[in-house]
Design a protein around this ligand. Structure first.
Ligand code: CO8
Length: 257
């Protein structure tokens, strides 16, 4: 599939998806969401073990396309918000780990996309924030829900009410970002991290992701039960990855998943 606003490259078992609309700082519009949906539902994601999402040029993503939104009716705005949520849920629900390699500005909807990823690596020079309140808007792609689940209500309110970009170091201190990189090494460091993760049991990675994602929507007792159930299920005879992982450890060799 040919994309206008996306670039995809595969390095071994790692996929690198770049938002490629640098003149508009990779701002998200309906066309970008269409292409992202196509990509996320394609075979490309089935054939990799870890996906990295990054941006071309000086921005990761500077938000939803403000120019396109200017003409929106309430129904258009509602639909756009729902479309964005569907796309970000596709990212969050992928069975493989997803790393956001934040090479520059991650603002508004751009930060919301990064929040739908599992891990965020950021350039020390990146700025991150939710500037919607400056436009009389609120985050509309689930940011009001994902951010407090990640960093707590106080830190989320701080970012959403401040409406200013914060430095990558501040974002790291708040727990929005998990790893900082020198600006020219963001992608390389993300690939290294992806490579380490790609060596782990794909089934275990899928389950970790599912337990965290589902668990955040449940009470802790029910979530704990769900975890025990899945842990027990791993000891069924058909669970080859668990068998291989344990055997490899005992035989002092690398597992072959
Ligand atoms: N949308 C559309 N175009 C954009 C956007 C954007 N979000 N951000 C930048 N651009 C464009 C600029 O207009 C400019 O275009 P042109 O060359 O044609 O004038 C080009 O990208 C380069 O930008 P700048 O010249 O402004 O670059 P600077 O380095 O001077 O500044 C900034 C970079 C600080 C990132 C600045 O561009 C900026 O403040 N951008 C807007 C950031 C922002 O407010 N983002 C939040 C948008 S709202 C949002 O995301 C809500 C999500 C929920 C939507 C819910 C659905 C209804």
């Amino acid at each position: 599939m040919m994309y206008n606003y996306l670039k995809f490259e595969k390095r071994d078992e790692i996929g690198i998806l770049s938002l490629d609309r640098p003149k508009a700082l990779n701002a998200l519009n309906e066309e970008v969401f269409k292409e992202l949906t196509c990509f996320l539902e394609s075979n490309d994601v089935e054939n990799i073990r870890v996906l990295i999402i990054t941006g071309e040029g000086k921005a990761f993503i500077a938000g939803a396309d403000i120019k396109a939104m200017q003409e929106y009716s309430p129904q258009n705005a509602y639909d756009f918000s729902e479309t964005g949520k569907r796309v970000f849920d596709l990212i969050a629900n992928l069975e493989i780990p997803v790393i956001a390699a934040i090479n520059g500005f991650a603002l508004g909807g751009g930060l919301e996309l990064a929040l739908a990823c599992d891990i965020r690596v950021a350039s020390e020079k990146a700025r991150l924030g939710l500037p919607e309140v400056n436009l009389g808007l609120i985050p509309g792609f689930n940011g009001t829900q994902r951010l407090p689940r990640l960093v707590g209500a106080g830190n989320a309110m701080y970012l959403m009410m401040l409406g200013e970009g914060i430095t990558a170091q501040e974002a790291y201190n708040l727990g929005v970002v998990q790893k900082l990189s020198e600006p020219e090494l963001v992608l390389e460091d993300s690939i290294k991290l992806a490579g380490k993760i790609a060596g782990k049991s794909p089934n275990a990675l899928r389950l970790v992701k599912e337990m965290v994602r589902e668990g955040l929507e449940m009470g802790s007792k029910d979530a704990g039960k769900m975890e025990s159930k899945e842990f027990g299920r791993l000891f069924k005879e058909d669970q080859k990855e668990r068998e291989e992982g344990v055997n490899a450890f005992l035989e002092k060799r690398q597992p072959n998943w």
